[in-house]
Each structure stands twice: as C-alpha cells, then as structure tokens.
Write a protein that binds this ligand. Structure first.
Ligand SMILES: O=C(COP(=O)(O)O)[C@H](O)[C@H](O)COP(=O)(O)O
Ligand SMILES: [Mg+2]
Length: 415
C-alpha cells in the first residue's frame, strides 16, 4: 500500500460497480476541511486508509472505498465487495459506521442510507416470515396486528403479568409483548412467565377463536439468549423479542440461526436506537438501523408512530416503505408503531402509514378507565373502525369501550 494518499479515495467521475455497497452520508466537515477532503477521509478511514502514507509492501490495494459524489452536505461512498466478510454484520458496521463517526476531520457525520448490493445482501438470511406473520402465525391478514405491553413495564409479579395478558388477549389483542427491560428478574422469572403466559394464551385462543402469541423478551448474553429462545420454542411460543441495539447484531444473528431451526419469528425492540439517530446530523439513521435489522433477519421492528406518539420519530413512512420494498429476494419486515399510542390516534396513524403494520399500546390499553380488558377492546375497535373506513366517533356510538377511551384521551398526542 505504499504511497496511498487521501486523493486515492475520491473520484467524482467514478461509477460504482453493481456489487459495491453504496452509502449515503451527511457530513459537516471540520472547520479547516472542505467537502472533498472530508469525503476522501471518510472513504479512507472506513475502508483501508489511515492518516499516514504507509511504507508497507505487498498488501492488497483494491479494497479502497471511493467517494464518488458530493451534493451540498451529502456524500456517497462506494465500497468494494471484497472489503466485507459476507454474513458478518458487526464487520460490515465496523467499516461503514465505525471510526468515521469519531474522526476529527468531520465535525459531524451521519450514515443516512445504504444501497445494498446483491452479493452482500444474499449472504444474510433476512426475515423468516416478515409481514406474512399476519396470516401464517396470527389471524390478522386484513388488519394491523395488535400488541400490548403490560404496564408498569417492570414490577408486576408473574401472576399479575399473566392475568393482564389474559385480559388483553381476550379483549382482542393478538400479541402480548414484554417490555424492553423485563427479562429474568427476581420478581418475575423468565421461565415462570413464559410457561404461565402460554397456558393463559391457550385459554384465550379457545375463548376467542383467534390465534394469539407472546413476544417474550429473550435479551441477554449470548448463551442465555439461545437458552431462552430454545425454551420458548419448546414451550410452543411462535415469537421471541430481542432488544436488538443493546444486545448487538452478533447476538441477533445468533438468535436468527436458532429461530430458523425452530420456526420462530423475531420481534425487534430498538431501545437505545436514539443514541445513534436522535441528533439529525450525526450518528446512524433509523433507516440504516432498520436495513441492518432486515438483513440480520428480524420479522418485526419498531419504526415509530409517524410523529403521533410520545417519542421522537424519524421518517416512519419512508422507513416502512423501505422495509416493504424489494431487496434481492429477502422477505419484508412488519413495522411496529408504538410509544404513546391510544385508540384515538389510530385513524390518523393508519392514514399516515397504512394497515400493513403492528400497533402496540401499553398505557393506551392498561390506562383505560375500565381496565385492561376494556382497553384492549377499545384498541381493537379503533382498528376495526379505521380499516372499515368508519369515522371513529360514529363507531364509538355503538362501542362503549371505545367511547370511554375517546372521552379520556380524545385524539391528543401524549408527551
Ligand atoms: O413500551 C413501549 C411503549 O409503551 P406505551 O405504549 O405505554 O407508550 C415501547 O417500549 C416503546 O414503544 C418503544 O419506543 P419505539 O417503539 O419508538 O422504539
Ligand atoms: Mg417499552
């Protein structure tokens, strides 16, 4: 690599080859840099360059990335396929979202979007089910899936948790969801919760004639996670939930291998994503994180509420569209809207992002004045109304649980 300089990493006439990964970055250069200098340094540090001209002979030189496009504060960089270890997401991210995020040559840099080429994409499994969970695992082919997370998010005993689950399922909820910070604590053990929840799930299925399931949180260390996934599979659960950002992509990939064998779907909770994507000109966009999640093989992922809920959102509609788009034959992913939702927000939510989604409400179900069962009914009624195109106020005239929810929360977005 003798003699490589930053100029070797920029070529504005370059046309990326079909098998190259193209990444789109927003860049604020350091005060003493122009965009071209910053762009070449991004390409260098994220592929095979460093700050010094090397005096090392004999290494392969065609692994250099190329900054080939600069438009305002946006640059595009093409990465040769051989730079990547196929099927290894941590390695891919150590290139395209690694050192460059802390590099002094840029004041700020954000990985916005990736155009994934066929060879690299095909080295990942992608989802096992994707949106087909709606009909393959549940009875929700013609409407959004409903999910609820018992609240308080931690602190309920297993008995309390399971009772809340039963009331929610029989009220019309498809999926019981653990909260992101509930795993295997002293007050609510994983194993007890899993077995007892599935017993009540069977009762709820019998009572309602609808398939129900449980997004049981298997997040933990590597072996722990695999044990928990195996336990869920052996107990007859159809889903597991993973906190994909805190657990890490290596863990997600490991879980994905086991879920392939056991036929389980993966629900991806994105707790901590905002550390990467909340500041608009730095980090890694939620769009890019969702892409990584799809390649690694999650079936659902939280993508926000199109600005209607309690949490900050980034382009929910655009991300959802990408998750449904063609990606070299990989399955799609079901986007999950969650965070401060309640029945009064459902019509507008469906208007903004359609019905090919999951709708999760915790407080918006368990905060219903008449309790969880009524709250579950109200949420389902709001979805039925939205799907049928019936005005929610009119629907509430004949659906008392929905009326009570609307009287309490109206159509306001909580904070
Ligand atoms: O517990 C909740 C929502 O509870 P509630 O329904 O009571 O607000 C989820 O963890 C958030 O949706 C995560 O946010 P996001 O989905 O944006 O990642
Ligand atoms: Mg939560």
């Amino acid at each position: 690599m003798t003699g490589i300089t930053y100029e070797d990493f920029i070529d504005l006439d370059y046309e990326p080859a079909d098998d190259e990964l193209v990444c789109d970055f927003r860049v604020t250069p350091a005060s003493d840099m122009d965009m071209e200098s910053a762009g070449s340094r991004v390409a260098s540090e994220s592929s095979n360059g460093t700050w010094a001209e090397l005096q090392v002979e004999g290494s392969i030189t065609d692994l250099s990335a190329t900054c080939f496009d600069i438009q305002g504060d946006r640059i595009r960089v093409a990465y040769p396929d051989a730079l990547f270890e196929h099927g290894n997401m941590p390695q891919v991210l150590s290139c395209i979202a690694g050192n460059i995020l802390g590099m002094k040559a840029v004041e700020r840099i954000r990985l916005l979007d990736c155009d994934w080429p066929e060879p690299l994409t095909s080295s990942f499994p992608g989802p096992q089910y994707g949106t087909s969970v709606r009909s393959e695992l549940l009875d929700a082919a013609d409407r959004p899936i409903t999910a609820t997370v018992p609240k308080p998010k931690v602190g309920l005993s297993t008995d309390q948790h399971v009772q809340v689950a039963y009331e929610a399922w029989t009220g019309g909820i498809d999926l019981l969801k653990d909260d992101e910070n509930l795993t295997d604590q002293s007050f609510n053990r994983y194993e007890d919760r899993l077995y007892q929840s599935l017993e009540r799930r069977d009762e709820a299925e019998e009572e309602t004639g609808e398939r129900k399931s449980y997004l049981v949180n298997v997040t933990g260390t590597g072996d722990q996670m695999l044990e928990r996934v195996q336990m869920a599979a052996d107990a007859g659960c159809e889903f597991v939930m993973v906190d994909v950002v805190t657990a890490g992509w290596a863990a997600v990939q490991q879980v994905r291998e086991l879920t392939e064998e056991e036929g389980l779907a993966i629900h991806a909770h994105r707790a901590m994503h905002a550390a990467f994507d909340r500041v608009p000109d730095h980090g890694v966009s939620m769009r890019a994180l969702a892409q990584v999640a799809r390649l690694c093989g999650v079936d659902h992922i939280h993508t926000g509420t199109a600005d209607l809920g309690k949490l900050e959102n980034e382009d929910t509609a655009g991300i959802n569209e990408w998750l449904a788009s063609d990606l070299h034959g990989l399955k799609d992913v079901l986007p999950m809207a969650s965070g401060g939702l309640h029945p009064g927000l459902v019509p507008e939510l469906v208007d903004r992002i359609g019905t090919n989604i999951g709708i999760q409400a915790g407080g918006g179900v368990h905060g219903h004045p008449d309790g969880t069962h009524a709250g579950a009914k109200a949420l389902r009624q709001s979805i039925d109304a939205a799907v049928a195109g019936i005005d929610i106020e009119e629907y509430a005239d004949t659906h008392p649980e929905l009326r009570t929810a609307l009287d309490k929360w109206g159509t306001e977005t909580p904070r």
